[in-house]
Design a protein around this ligand. Structure first.
Ligand SMILES: *Cc1c(COP(=O)(O)O)cnc(C)c1O
Length: 205
């Protein structure tokens, strides 16, 4: 969650955060800590949000940098349908950030088909392996946004421009010592998912 926010958000960026539970509240707090301006879309806890609500805000406010949403708000059990929001984000040039911490490996998650720009998840929920690393994806739009940013990323450890220099074949600039044991654990958990079959696993959850 923090890697998504610190890499994309610069001071004064306006971000719509849908808040209907603890994790939406945490997202908003992270945006504020980066100097971003939160436009909260709050509904009573226990209810999903209506995409028309978001369209209204995207039309009414100019230069919204991103929309951030929790796919399944674990604190209340609410699943948020995600399909149409990505297209709205593209129409209004807002990035689409989605928390799939509790859904990846247990429900359908389609990063590209749903036009998600940054999709982060976790290891300790439906992927069923120890906490310590987190999967995250960045679309081409998100990568360009990171490359163009002017303010330096407020986190050194999570700065994806530094991390991509580490991956880079030409540069290979050392960044940090990766948790190697976690990478083995991730491989094993993915092997177990493969063995069970993703569809069977989703049905089981
Ligand atoms: C569990 C969870 C997180 C954060 O995970 P931690 O266990 O606090 O590291 C974030 N978002 C959602 C939706 C979660 O369920």
């Amino acid at each position: 969650m923090e890697a998504a926010i610190v890499n994309l958000i610069q001071p004064d960026d306006a971000i719509i955060v849908w808040i209907n539970g603890i994790f939406g509240t945490r997202l908003a707090s992270m945006v504020e800590r980066c100097g971003g301006q939160v436009i909260p879309l709050a509904v009573p806890w226990g209810q999903p949000l209506d995409p028309e609500h978001i369209e209204h805000h995207l039309k009414a406010t100019k230069h919204i940098k991103a929309v951030a949403i929790v796919h399944a708000e674990t604190s209340t059990d609410v699943l948020q349908p995600l399909e149409h929001i990505g297209q709205l984000g593209q129409q209004h040039e807002a990035l689409y950030i989605v928390d799939t911490v509790t859904t990846l490996g247990g429900m359908e998650v389609h990063g590209d088909a749903w036009h998600i720009d940054v999709c982060y998840s976790a290891t300790q929920k439906c992927l069923s392996y120890p906490p310590g690393v987190a999967p995250i994806t960045f679309s081409d739009r998100a990568v360009q946004c990171i490359r163009r940013r002017q303010a330096v990323c407020t986190s050194w450890y999570l700065d994806c421009s530094l991390i991509s220099d580490y991956w880079s074949e030409s540069r290979r600039t050392n960044h940090h010592t990766a948790p190697i044991s976690m990478t083995y654990a991730l491989r094993e958990s993915l092997r177990l998912i493969q063995e069970e079959g993703l569809e069977a696993r989703i049905a089981r959850h």
